[in-house]
Design a binder for this molecule. Structure first.
Ligand SMILES: [Zn+2]
Length: 456
């Protein structure tokens, strides 16, 4: 039979829908059975655009950029320079000091490159103050709008992601009657209780240790009432439960599905029809060994099988999915605090990716012949950390040849792959950099090296 749109059943002008909007992930997943205008293009204006704009701070911080756009998403921020507040929109901090003019809150002051300011007619020696941006403390404040996580736009986008993903995983290539309620919710916003936010803290923390920093995770499970549900973890910040349909249907055999989409575009996945078959497969991945004195242990047959940790996560949390998600469809204090904490963790952590490193080099080095001067009073922890990475690459004199070498080096220096950038860590890194006389040359060398690295 001819392929049809999974929303409306028409067979003409089908298009490839990005299941997760392109601006929210580096790992593309596509459903090919969505009609172009009505159920692909229109969703951008209906709900996706708003969510994308409101999550700009997060996608920017995680080095996620739409393939349609040249720059990373910009976000609003307040900057305090020498006691004066400025309000502006930026997509990177280096923009602040490059040909950009900012008016202060209240309009009394203008900040910008000295040559530009001098060109202004009313400017004179008395009303211009010159500041060395390498010597002052600059404070950046960003307002976080949490309401987006509980907005109708977000809920409809989550329903769309879950629905298109579940159809893809079950090879659905036409309209299915049992999906009418979720289709109504996605296309018209009609219907209640289809999308809820998960409030169980334990699930957030076990997912965090299982998956990579900044990943999206999607999984499906069948609830006690036989309804089919999807959990979508958005960057690990908020987890949504989406009800796909009231009962398992014949056309959709796969109901134990898991997929992680990470920041470096890697994906891990497993798929089974029933939980019984899933368990059976998992048990078969282990073999029993004799440890002596009658003590036995189970060890993986294939030590390199990365899916084991994900199956372990699914298996041990299956009952939690069914009975203890602690869902809410309206914000409550507990969930709000959980999301705030997850946002802070996300914005203060750093995944070392090639994309992120290359972006940092590009934004901070106009050309490779100007000297880099670091500000010892710099308060941008992430920038200090990134400069430190350039520093150790430069210092290695070519011994660090690629990202995996760099990761090995970091694993020795820090523990774990996700590095929390605390004040204490930053202090140490700064000390190490500033106690080296020619740090500027070393950092430049590191920047050039990273600029020459190629994507896999
Ligand atoms: Zn359609």
């Amino acid at each position: 039979m001819e392929n049809q749109c999974i929303y409306c059943g028409i067979a003409s002008d089908l298009s490839k829908s990005d299941i997760i909007p392109d601006a929210l992930t580096n790992a593309k997943i596509i459903n090919p059975n969505v009609c172009r205008i009505e159920h692909n293009n229109k969703f951008s204006d209906l709900f996706e655009g708003e969510v994308i704009r409101k999550l700009a701070l997060i996608t920017n911080g995680l080095d996620i950029k739409s393939s349609k756009s040249k720059t990373y998403a910009s976000y609003s921020t307040q900057i305090n320079i020498d006691g004066t507040e400025y309000s502006t929109k930026i997509s990177s901090e280096t923009e602040l000091f490059r040909n950009k003019k900012m008016r202060s809150v209240g309009g009394k002051f203008l900040f910008g490159p000295i040559e530009e300011i001098k060109k202004i007619k009313v400017a004179n020696d008395k009303n211009i103050t010159q500041i060395d941006v390498n010597q002052i403390e600059i404070e950046k404040k960003v307002n976080i709008d949490l309401s987006v996580f509980f907005s109708e736009s977000m809920y409809r986008m989550m329903a769309k992601i879950a629905f298109e993903w579940y159809c893809l995983q079950n090879d659905i290539s036409g309209k299915v009657e049992a999906f009418e309620p979720i289709i109504q919710f996605i296309t018209n916003g009609i219907g209640d209780d289809i999308v809820k936010i998960v409030g169980n803290e334990e699930l957030y923390s076990t997912l965090k240790v299982t998956t990579n920093f900044g990943s999206h995770t999607l999984l499906s499970y069948v609830a006690k009432d036989n309804s089919v549900n999807i959990l979508v973890s958005l960057f690990g910040i908020a987890i949504y439960n989406i009800k796909i349909c009231d009962s398992v249907i014949d056309k959709c055999r796969n109901n134990v599905i898991f997929q992680e989409l990470s920041l470096d575009a890697k994906r891990v996945q497993f798929k089974f029809d029933t939980f019984e078959h899933f368990k059976h497969d998992f048990h078969n991945k282990f073999t029993e060994v004799e440890l002596g004195n009658g003590v036995k242990a189970k060890i993986p047959k294939d030590m390199t099988d990365v899916s084991i940790q994900y199956q372990f996560f699914y298996g041990t949390n299956f009952t939690l999915f069914q009975v203890d998600l602690q869902c809410a469809n309206k914000p409550n204090e507990k969930i709000i605090n959980l999301i705030i904490k997850n946002m802070e963790d996300t914005l203060q952590s750093s995944a070392v990716t090639l994309r992120g490193l290359k972006r940092f080099v590009k934004e901070n080095f106009n050309s490779f012949d100007e000297e880099i001067k670091l500000n010892p009073k710099g308060t941008n922890k992430k920038a200090v950390f990134m400069f430190y990475l350039l520093f150790i690459v430069g210092q290695s004199n070519g011994a660090i040849k690629d990202l995996s070498d760099l990761n090995k080096e970091l694993k020795d220096k820090f523990s774990g792959e996700t590095i929390g950038i605390s004040d204490e860590v930053i202090c140490k890194l700064n000390d190490e950099i500033f106690s080296t006389a020619d740090y500027s040359d070393i950092i430049l060398k590191g920047a050039k090296t990273i600029d020459s690295w190629n994507y896999e």
